[in-house]
Design a protein around this ligand. Structure first.
Ligand code: GEK
Length: 254
């Protein structure tokens, strides 16, 4: 059984051989610290996802957290909707479906769920590839910093599948690292982001080694690409509701 204690992220602190970033046991064990110190506004985004879910959740429908990691968004939604979701009259036994293909992440999500002593049974953790997941009767779908890890050529098919599994009036929340078409501003926002990471206690070596490790794994796109793909899929509305440097969170309504 994995040690479920969360520790400080020192993964890229020492000189290391180049290699692609993977969501393994080592990363899962420091993930909370890593994401809070690496994504500006992460705490705000997580808190607001709870508020958005509360507003858009439709009775007896499902909520999907795709690429849930430790369940940051899942538990935020749960806190806002637990009275409705745990109510015996709810037609869905598992109204929140939290999916990740990293066993190490899912084990920790289950451990946290068990801390609720049976009061969080509405959450179903699933270890699977979100590209293979079936989406149905969904009023809230969350892709919180996950789409960026899906091969770019597969992203339109994933968004289409999500759209087809959603109910009319439902909300899709997509948070992503983004790039900007203006090279000067792109460089500036990346520099400011690296300054943010230094302020959060990461060294220049950690920042550059993590950047190299993510290069082939996390492929960011422009906001226009996200908007075009989402609207072309058929969503009726799209807007960016949060942005800090090169990180943004978007909403789309079906
Ligand atoms: C949060 N949403 O804290 N299928 C399933 N999971 C995947 C796939 C895939 N094909 N590809 C990547 N993942 C979370 C944070 S982290 C973001 C999301 C980050 C999973 C991967 O295992 C990891 O747990 C997650 O997507 C991305 O709100 O680390 O920047």
């Amino acid at each position: 059984m994995a040690n479920k204690t969360q520790t400080t992220d020192r993964i890229f602190a020492e000189n290391m051989l180049p290699g692609d970033f993977v969501f393994d046991e080592k990363v899962a064990g420091v993930f909370e610290d890593m994401i809070n110190r690496s994504v500006p506004g992460y705490g705000t985004i997580i808190a607001m996802i709870g508020i958005l879910a509360e507003r858009y959740y439709q009775k007896d429908s499902k909520i999907y957290d795709l690429g849930c990691s430790l369940g940051g968004a899942t538990f935020s939604v749960f806190e806002h909707l637990k009275d409705q979701l745990e109510d015996p009259s709810n037609a869905q036994d598992h109204a929140i479906i939290a999916i990740d293909n990293s066993t190490a992440m899912l084990e920790r999500l289950s451990a946290k769920q068990q801390e609720f002593d049976g009061a969080a049974n509405c959450i179903e953790g699933r270890c699977e590839n979100i590209q293979a997941t079936q989406i149905e009767n969904a009023s809230v779908v969350i892709l919180n910093f996950t789409l960026q890890f899906i091969p770019p050529e597969d992203r339109a098919a994933l968004i289409k599948k999500v759209f087809q599994g959603m109910n009319s009036g439902g909300i899709l929340i997509v948070s992503e690292k983004i790039v900007f078409p203006d090279q000067h501003l792109n460089d500036l926002l990346i520099e400011l982001y690296h300054q943010f990471k230094e302020n959060m206690g990461y060294s220049k070596l950690e920042i550059s080694q993590k950047r190299s490790a993510l290069e082939n794994v996390l492929i960011p796109e422009t906001l226009d690409s996200h908007r075009d793909r989402i609207l072309q899929t058929g969503f009726s509305s799209f807007e960016v509701w949060f942005q800090c440097f090169n990180f943004a969170s978007m909403v789309a309504i079906k």
